[in-house]
Design a protein around this ligand. Structure first.
Ligand SMILES: *[C@@H]1O[C@H](CO)[C@@H](O)[C@H](O)[C@H]1NC(C)=O
Ligand SMILES: *[C@@H]1O[C@H](CO)[C@@H](O)[C@H](O)[C@H]1NC(C)=O
Ligand SMILES: *[C@@H]1O[C@H](CO)[C@@H](O)[C@H](O)[C@H]1NC(C)=O
Length: 423
């Protein structure tokens, strides 16, 4: 597809060249010979280099061609708008700049909550002994939480009101990202809610997120009423219906991706104005389910995993996901969730198409989930009681992690991370 676009662009460039209407200084036969030779050369090249590279590009400049292709949107051949070109150069530049890796990279855990954090004591257990490898940020949109853990004390950032389903949710996420980006040691950013719990021990999460080069942003194509049905043509020309994606808001992302979100105003503005509850014709759109999945699908589709590492159970088919109660919390449940190795998406068609894809971690199928929701506050004590047990039930994976490390010769993110950190 890219080849086709480059070819068309090449043709356009050729058309821009002044037509040879004026009298040629060459005599007629010479002129014809030159033309015929050029056409033959062109055809030979087109024959020799067709699939990998555009012949037109190759003839003009094989180097310029690559740069040209970077500018092109992956799925469309239309001309980019000025805003789009400006936006793309900035984003491309950020993505192409290798990150400066600090001596001890940290993971930023960003909690988006109306008020209380019922699982602070569980998170405290999770963080204990890993000081210096994480930082905590809390965006409490309604009430200031009372803290039970020193890791959460004074970690609130200035917050704003959050109305469910509106752009204010994205604004809160951006506020968290901006504050977390201030610390250059933060290399990966995790968005969590007050009902999220950790499914793994700290080392597992740390290695899972830092030893891979993608962001875990959920993104899939849902042609049904709750997917493309929410799209508005007012988003054109920059956001086309075929680029529109859906996904859960609970992401983890690498630093470059957090930075490009800070740099974006073009796509953000489209969603702020044209993706909100109560649009025309009674249509509802929710930016927190569409902005980031669509943004990454347009600008860096290969840079995201397309699933969220936060598990949620929609299998009851209700308007809200399953909320776990005390009696649900058993080792069996935790093992069931932690051993899932496929991501599942269901479209909102009448047919309810199910899309199942393996969760690939650096190319190998691995467990999908690091966190889970939604747990009711009453589950805290049960979870505390079995935390060490369910997070140590990873013996089978221990072998795999080591194997994987050897296979891929993964570059150490930092010299300070030793082998023992692999669980
Ligand atoms: C991530 O790394 C793998 C292997 O190291 C590479 O094939 C892939 O292109 C990389 N992806 C991105 C988005 O950098
Ligand atoms: C995510 O999906 C997009 C298409 O929607 C695809 O181009 C990309 O390769 C996928 N990412 C991974 C890591 O498979
Ligand atoms: C976890 O629980 C199982 C059964 O309930 C028990 O057999 C096992 O010893 C426990 N493991 C740990 C590490 O506590």
């Amino acid at each position: 597809m890219k080849t086709g676009q480059a070819w068309r662009l090449g043709m356009k460039d050729m058309q821009i060249l002044p037509p040879h209407r004026h009298r040629s200084p060459l005599k007629k036969p010479t002129w014809i010979i030159v033309l015929v030779s050029l056409v033959s050369l062109f055809l030979v090249c087109a024959y020799v280099y067709p699939p990998q590279n555009s012949a037109a590009c190759y003839l003009f400049s094989s180097h310029g061609c690559k740069a040209l292709q970077n500018w092109l949107p992956p799925t469309s051949s239309r001309e980019l708008t000025d805003d789009e070109i400006a936006s793309r150069v900035v984003i491309r530049d950020i993505l192409d700049t290798p990150p400066v890796i600090p001596k001890t990279p940290k993971i930023a855990f960003m909690f988006l909550t109306p008020g209380a954090l019922p699982f602070e004591r569980l998170w405290d257990k999770f963080f204990q002994g890993h000081e210096g490898k994480f930082s905590v940020y809390v965006h409490a949109s309604k009430d200031k939480p009372v803290h039970f853990s020193r890791y959460f004390l004074n970690r609130e950032i200035r917050s704003g009101k959050v109305v469910w389903g509106t752009i204010s949710m994205i604004d809160a996420e951006k506020r968290l990202l901006a504050n977390a980006l201030k610390d250059p040691d933060n290399q990966h950013f995790v968005l969590l809610s007050d009902s999220c719990i950790p499914l793994r021990n700290f080392d597992f999460v740390y290695n899972y997120l830092l030893y891979t080069n993608v962001s875990y942003v959920d993104s899939f194509e849902d042609p049904g009423p709750h997917g493309s049905g929410r799209y508005s043509e007012h988003m054109l020309p920059e956001v086309e219906m075929e680029d529109f994606r859906k996904g859960a808001q609970w992401f983890t992302m690498k630093r470059q991706h957090a930075t490009i979100i800070m740099a974006d105003s073009l796509y953000y503005t489209k969603f702020r104005i044209y993706c909100k509850p109560g649009m025309e014709y009674g249509r509802n759109c929710y930016s927190d389910e569409h902005y980031l999945p669509t943004f990454f699908n347009i600008l860096d589709p290969a840079g995201i995993a397309n699933w969220s590492v936060t598990h949620v159970d929609w299998s009851e088919g209700k308007w809200h996901p399953k909320a776990y109660r005390s009696q649900d919390v058993t080792l069996e449940l935790m093992r069931k969730i932690t051993s899932i190795v496929d991501s599942v998406h269901v479209t909102s068609h009448e047919r309810k198409e199910i899309q199942i894809r393996p969760c690939l971690w650096n190319g190998n199928q691995r467990p999908c989930y690091l966190f889970a929701r939604k747990f009711l506050p009453e589950t805290l004590n049960s979870l505390m009681a079995i935390f060490s047990n369910y997070t140590s039930y990873q013996c089978n994976w221990k072998k795999h992690w080591r194997l994987l490390e050897a296979e891929l010769k993964i570059k150490k993110v930092a010299a300070s991370v030793d082998d023992d950190d692999f669980v």
